[in-house]
Unconditional design. Structure first.
Length: 243
């Protein structure tokens, strides 16, 4: 599948309106009241041998004042029909990615998400610039629940919303010191045998420097069978109110 944006716009619009997010249809995408411009692209669509569909899409997001060149993220989903699979991928993106982006740019109807403030010197005169880190909803799965003793021994505070980012923050040092708008996808997992895997993308592009730190973080989790943690984190210069 390589569906044109126009073929996917009605489905993305359906998901947005279902969550009371107003949007205006344009030739190449959807414009939100917050100033975000969304363009969906089809990547792949396959009917599975055992029934159902698996789809992959990309949503490109632009904001004239903050990231005019745009950023993108993939949506991989499954459903009983091709349309259900596409809708499922868009639903997850709106609930997680868009919610985090809206909070980062200070949209009026943005959800209340946890944030961190960072300060860096910019010039030889010692002037500083502020960076705001918006921590999106954390997806956390464990095959087995921990007993109280194991849970209390976790040095990452269990499913704390900041740990995926703070445990890998050193990998982003140069990016954080700059002024670029960053949308970071973080993922870490550990299986029953203790094998750790990780994935990281910045503005849609693979970012290998964070992988060793994410794997090391996963290796410290108490054994609970298969476990993964996934999060979308957005970093901008200044506070969301300055958008």
């Amino acid at each position: 599948m390589s569906a044109a944006p126009s073929a996917l716009l009605p489905l993305l619009q359906q998901v947005l309106l279902g969550r009371d997010i107003a949007c205006t249809v344009e030739d190449d995408g959807l414009l939100l009241d917050s100033g975000l411009h969304l363009t969906p692209h089809g990547v792949a669509s396959n009917e599975r041998d055992n029934g159902g569909w698996q789809t992959s899409t990309v949503i490109e997001t632009r904001h004239a004042g903050l990231f005019a060149d745009g950023l993108f993220e993939y949506q991989h989903a499954n459903g009983a029909t091709e349309q259900e699979s596409l809708l499922s991928g868009f639903e997850t993106w709106v609930r997680v990615d868009l919610a985090t982006l809206q909070a980062a740019i200070g949209a009026e109807d943005a959800p209340d998400l946890p944030m961190m403030g960072l300060t860096y010197p910019t010039n030889e005169d010692g002037r500083e610039h502020e960076r705001t880190v918006v921590l999106g909803p954390l997806a956390h799965y464990r095959a087995r629940e921990l007993d109280d003793a194991a849970a209390c021994s976790e040095d990452d505070h269990g499913s704390c919303p900041c740990c995926l980012f703070t445990r890998s923050i050193d990998a982003f040092d140069d990016l954080l010191k700059a002024h670029h708008f960053l949308a970071i996808r973080l993922f870490a997992s550990r299986d029953e045998q203790g094998q750790c895997e990780a994935d990281c993308r910045v503005n849609g592009h693979d970012f290998a420097p964070a992988l060793p730190l994410l794997r090391a973080y996963a290796a410290r989790w108490p054994q609970a069978g298969l476990e993964f943690r996934k999060q979308y984190v957005v970093i901008r210069t200044g506070s969301p109110s300055a958008a």
